[in-house]
Design a protein around this ligand. Structure first.
Ligand SMILES: Nc1ncnc2c1ncn2[C@@H]1O[C@H](COP(=O)(O)OP(=O)(O)O)[C@@H](O)[C@H]1O
Ligand SMILES: [Mg+2]
Length: 360
């Protein structure tokens, strides 16, 4: 019974039902007018059978009433269809802010809802493309600026070397070494840039595999430790002993971790220590990389993950590696692609970068 009622209720929301009831009502009105005219004629026709022609009016009245009723009863539906068509045309002409009115609960109402949904999605897509485009332009501007600086130095040194403007062999060697360092920096910038643009491109694919994060971290720290020790940094491992399995792109995750380790090494106060902690709960894995450096302000903290952002170029850059300002942006992108987060907790020069990533 309930189902039948529901059926009926749903049927009432159907356009077929509207037309069918309009037809039935029009037919009933037609019949009533037919009967009415016949009855009138019956009263009017006198005993001499004059006025017989009045009976002929009945079918004509039926047809006229039927047409008029049907037209009146379906007028709102037709008007709504016309409104939808106009709305669609407005949208098709490029006004993506326009929304068609949703005033019916039948198929036409659904059409209207879907038109609005489609327009919304189109608008979002275009907005996204616009943002991507302006972010690309920003990137190009940033890149041109950052590439020009080392390149200008290289040209400057090469001019000095070409015109033999050095005083002795030592100076010559220094110029040459500086040119070489700048060229290396330029290469690194270009590599970082290439990596970054690949990461933000829409068709980036992750090669996800089941990996043991504990083992990956151990392996990385094994390679990192000698470099750290050379620079007066003691590495404290708190990675545990049991496997921590997760479904990740190991190459990319290693890249993200490596960036963080190299930052910790580059910007630590030396001698000092770097602590690496691996923790996990039911669903997530956390990697904390902690080091001590010079304190930064809240504004600097907020910008630290921005591309090309370097806290202070002259600051504690002990010359192990000069930055591109892209390292943290690359790491964060990689972690975000895995659906995780990379965050910084900073207090009084203690930097803790935390990777939080899902296991599955
Ligand atoms: N572990 C850290 N300790 C202190 N400062 C850091 C650390 N990591 C990053 N920073 C600061 O954040 C800035 C941005 O880092 P990053 O995006 O890796 O660029 P880059 O290292 O190429 O300069 C660095 O210039 C540095 O000043
Ligand atoms: Mg870096």
């Amino acid at each position: 019974m309930k189902i039948k009622l529901l059926h009926f209720k749903n049927a009432r929301k159907s356009i077929r039902f509207s037309f069918f009831s309009a037809f039935i009502f029009s037919f009933v009105f037609g019949c009533l007018s037919f009967i009415g005219v016949n009855y009138g004629a019956f009263l009017l026709v006198n005993e001499y059978q004059e006025g017989q022609y009045l009976f002929n009016l009945a079918p004509v009245t039926f047809v006229i009433t039927f047409i008029f009723s049907f037209y009146s009863l379906t007028r709102r539906i037709i008007k709504y269809i016309v409104d939808l068509a106009d709305g669609l045309q407005t949208i098709a002409e490029g006004n993506l802010h326009y929304r068609v009115p949703v005033i019916r609960k039948d198929e036409l109402g659904r059409v209207a809802t879907n038109i609005n949904l489609m327009t919304e999605q189109l608008q979002q897509q275009i907005e996204k493309e616009r943002k991507l485009e302006s972010s690309k332009m920003e990137l190009i501007t940033g890149v041109s600026h950052d590439l020009r600086t080392p390149l200008t130095s290289i040209i400057g040194y090469l001019e000095l070397l070409k015109s033999e403007s050095f005083q002795n062999k030592d100076e010559y060697k220094r110029f040459l070494q500086n040119t070489y360092n700048k060229a290396l920096h330029l290469k690194k910038l270009i590599n970082h840039l290439f990596e970054y643009t690949r990461l933000i491109s829409a068709d980036i694919q992750l090669e996800l595999k089941q990996i043991d994060v504990q083992q990956l971290l151990e392996q990385m720290l094994f390679e990192f430790e000698p470099l750290a020790q050379e620079n007066g940094i003691h590495v404290i491992r708190k990675t545990g002993h049991s496997p921590v399995m997760a479904f990740l792109d190991s190459g990319k995750i290693a890249r993200a971790i490596d960036n963080l380790l190299m930052n910790a090494l580059n910007y630590s106060i030396k001698p000092g220590k770097i602590e690496v902690l691996l923790r996990s709960d039911q669903d997530r894995i956390y990697i904390d990389i902690e080091n001590k450096s010079h304190p930064i302000t809240k504004e600097q903290e907020e910008k630290i993950f921005d591309r090309f952002y370097k806290v202070d170029d002259s600051r504690n850059n002990d010359g192990i590696q000069k930055g591109s300002g892209l390292g943290l942006a690359i790491s964060r992108n990689i972690i975000n692609l895995h659906g995780g987060t990379l965050t910084l907790t900073h207090e009084n020069g203690i930097f803790i970068f935390t990777i939080a990533i899902n296991k599955g």
